[in-house]
Design a protein around this ligand. Structure first.
Ligand code: ADP
Ligand code: MG
Length: 244
């Protein structure tokens, strides 16, 4: 099997007359952490949504875990199952307990029986430090805890890759660290991750590759030391001067 888990080639996406992605190339290899940084409106979320086929690209190719998502004949449900996604807003089911949030898709989609789904759910709750919250309702949790539940829920589906879209940007500052710590631990364990983030320190310490996007193109990419530490492009420098 190929070591390339996510492959995006010459991806274009427009909304009406607005061209948001203008030919994106991107590769995430097994076990690699790729962080995407860039100003608001540069197309980062749209890119992630095209990788998950929440948006349909206009042209170009997206291959995830061997599934060519841009092939009209692809089994999109099977393909999506291999992708875990964590959004800025936590998207938990408010009427379900934490445990049920983690088991419902395992049972419906993966057809796991109740006992197995619950065992896997509890393993993943332990991993994100929330073993004691299995019986809680989402509204009883802090934003940081809800986001960690969302991560545990995605992990319970055994994804080949985890996509994160600014997972900490809706959180109060004192809650950000716990979520980043969970993500860092996942990275250390070898999870393949594509992360849109404004957390430069995280990108610097955890990413193997950093992409700087602006205006629907990848302006610059390389190691964190290259892109964040020693940017070559003026646009990257201007952005970093604002956020660092
Ligand atoms: P980022 O995540 O980098 O802030 P987005 O991908 O969210 O950027 O948005 C890029 C551009 O695409 C913005 O100008 C945004 O308004 C526009 N856009 C995003 N989604 C839609 C949509 N569903 N319909 C129309 N325009 C959209
Ligand atoms: Mg966004």
């Amino acid at each position: 099997m190929s070591d390339v888990i996510v492959e995006v080639s010459d991806l274009h996406k427009s909304f009406g007359h607005l061209e948001v992605l203008k030919g994106i190339d991107l590769e995430v290899r097994r076990g690699e952490v790729v962080c995407i940084i860039g100003p608001s409106g540069s197309g980062k979320s749209t890119l992630l949504r095209c990788v998950n086929l929440l948006e349909e690209p206009n042209s170009g190719k997206v291959v995830v875990n061997g599934f060519e998502l841009t092939d009209p004949d692809v089994d999109i449900d099977r393909a999506r199952r291999t992708i875990g996604m964590v959004f800025q807003s936590f998207n938990l089911f408010g009427h379900l307990s934490v445990l049920d949030n983690l088991t419902v898709a395992q049972r419906k989609v993966l057809k796991r029986d109740k006992a197995e789904a619950e065992r896997i759910a509890l393993d993943n709750l332990a991993k994100v430090g929330l073993s004691d919250k299995a019986g809680a309702m989402p509204a009883q949790l802090s934003g940081g805890q809800q986001q960690r539940v969302a991560i545990a829920r995605a992990l319970s589906m055994n994804p080949a890759v985890m996509l994160f879209d600014e997972p900490t940007s809706a959180l109060d500052p004192e809650l950000v660290g716990d979520v980043l710590a969970v993500m860092r631990q996942l990275a250390d364990e070898g999870m393949t991750m594509l992360v849109v983030t404004h957390e430069m320190q995280f990108a610097r310490e955890v990413a193997d590759t950093v992409l700087f996007m602006d205006g629907g193109v990848v302006v610059e990419q390389g190691s964190p030391n290259q892109v964040i530490g020693n940017p070559q492009q003026q646009r990257t420098r201007t952005f970093l001067a604002r956020v660092l």
